[in-house]
Design a protein around this ligand. Structure first.
Ligand code: UDP
Length: 458
């Protein structure tokens, strides 16, 4: 029988340095810390100062672009190659530093975008766990490509959807562009596929989803992607409340205008405000921004719209002034705090997986406006599978959502025929999300199993 040590095990977590990846890995670090695991985040020098979370240590690693991160690199390819080289070296140095301390690191939990981190773990004779930040459905599609169930490019037509064993069928608008036209996005596709390059050697695979939401999908591919579902990785105050004062992720690449938003929301009636955010990376066309702006004016409803500084120039002239009172535009907000506010009636989202899980965990009905990548698949689930929102149709000529269509969907979700059913479904999923991370819930049990194995001396 294995011995049980008295020293708390130490885990280092390595997120891809963007908001949508730092948030779930940092949240996992906090969950582990709350269960007696010493947790350290290793992130790039460029993002290291954006993380402030009690009980979590932060260590800098290098991606080779210490002054400006990704924006300093010429392209994704250059960035990832440099990250692999410099990241492996500097992560290894951190492991060595701790090797002779009272808290040697026992496991690297690495973002699945960084399969090289598993080699670092093995070189140091410790565990490696791959953390996937997409939905199980999206991971399952890529796992099938890796496994050879189908190869790229794949023909997907309205009358010839992609049919994969155990998964809902996928129509052209439900899959990322790089599945239909892989040659158009080689670097991005390579990064997605690299997640599976050595995954069979990982000691654990984690995914930010949960059994009640996607258990069946994960089980269908468990033979070649045996992931433990441990999500939703949303701060505890919004779910089980077991981590004290855990009201935010504790990482922000931009300064949130929290007070301004909360003071404004306070003046608005319950469920009267449309919240709009396209996350940290999407850049809409000027035409799409205009269509959203005119749909909001047409709705005559209150709205809170996150428009990043770099996007503001795309708003119609005079829009901010002419909608003052009814609308508030901010460059960044605390999204969870906003979604949890009782004034919010719906969430117009780009369907990034974190935003999807946040809307779902807080029971907020959604209007799904995906732009690329996994967002397309998440939108299908919001609209058709879970029925917790609606997805506006794209104008075939322009490839964007026109104002009339968005206005129709806003009315539908806020007060229309479907709104009662959508709100009911959203409440059901919110309750399941709470249950799964609460004591005895499926995600809680999966995390406990991981912690127990760490506690066993190898
Ligand atoms: N977010 C935020 N404030 C905003 C907009 C977004 O805090 O004004 C957070 C949001 O809560 C989520 C993350 O940024 O955790 C975005 O991640 P997601 O996967 O939804 O999209 P991405 O930015 O990666 O496209």
């Amino acid at each position: 029988m294995a011995n049980v040590t008295t020293i708390e095990p130490h885990v280092i977590l390595v997120p891809y340095p963007s908001q949508g990846h730092i948030n779930p890995l940092l949240q996992f670090a906090k969950r582990l810390a709350s269960k007696g695991v010493k947790s350290t985040i290793a992130t790039t020098k460029y993002t290291v100062n954006t993380i402030h979370s009690p009980n979590i240590s932060v260590e800098p690693i290098s991606d080779g672009f210490d002054e400006g991160g990704f924006s300093q690199a010429q392209n994704t390819d250059v960035f990832l190659k440099s990250f692999k080289e410099n990241g492996s070296r500097t992560l290894s140095q951190i492991l060595t530093k701790y090797e002779n301390s009272t808290h040697p690191i026992r496991c690297i939990v690495y973002d699945s975008f960084f399969p090289w981190a598993l080699d670092v773990a093995k070189k140091h004779g410790i565990y490696g766990a791959s953390f996937f930040t997409n939905s199980a459905m999206v991971c399952a599609v890529f796992a099938h490509i890796h496994h050879g169930t189908f190869s790229l490019p794949v023909k997907i037509e309205e009358n010839e959807p992609l049919l994969l064993p155990g998964l809902p069928c996928l129509y052209p608008n439900d899959v990322p562009g790089f599945i239909k036209e892989p040659e158009s996005y080689p670097a991005y596709l390579a990064m997605k596929m690299s997640q599976f390059s050595n995954v069979e050697n990982a000691d654990w695979i984690f995914d930010n989803s949960f059994q009640e939401l996607e258990g069946e999908i994960a089980r269908g591919v468990s033979e070649f992607w045996p992931a433990k579902l441990i999500g939703p990785m949303v701060p505890s105050s919004y779910l089980d409340g077991r981590i004290e004062n855990d009201k935010g992720y504790g990482a922000s690449l931009w300064k949130p205008l929290s007070e301004e938003c909360l003071n404004w929301l306070k003046t608005k009636p319950k469920q009267s405000v449309i919240y709009i955010s396209f996350g940290s990376m999407v850049s809409l066309t000027q035409k799409q921004m205009e269509e959203i702006a005119y749909a909001l004016i047409g709705s005559n409803m209150n709205f809170l719209w996150v428009v990043r500084d770099t996007e503001e120039c795309k708003l119609p002239k005079g829009f901010i002034e002419s909608t003052k009172g009814k609308g508030l535009i901010v460059s960044w907000c605390n999204q969870l705090e906003t979604l949890a506010n009782q004034a919010i009636g719906c969430f117009v989202t780009h369907c990034g997986w974190n935003s999807t899980l946040e809307g779902l965990s807080l029971g907020v009905p959604m209007v799904a406006m995906p732009q690329f990548s996994d967002q397309m698949t998440d939108a299908k689930f919001i609209d058709e599978i879970w029925e917790i929102g609606v997805r506006p149709k794209l104008d075939e000529m322009l490839g964007i959502v026109k104002r009339e269509e968005l206005l129709f969907c806003l009315n539908e979700v806020m007060t229309g025929e479907k709104s009662v059913e959508i709100r009911k479904n959203a409440t059901t999923l919110r309750d399941l999300a709470k249950k799964t991370v609460s004591e005895g819930g499926s995600s809680d049990k999966a995390i406990n199993e991981f912690v127990e194995s760490l506690n066993l001396v190898c």
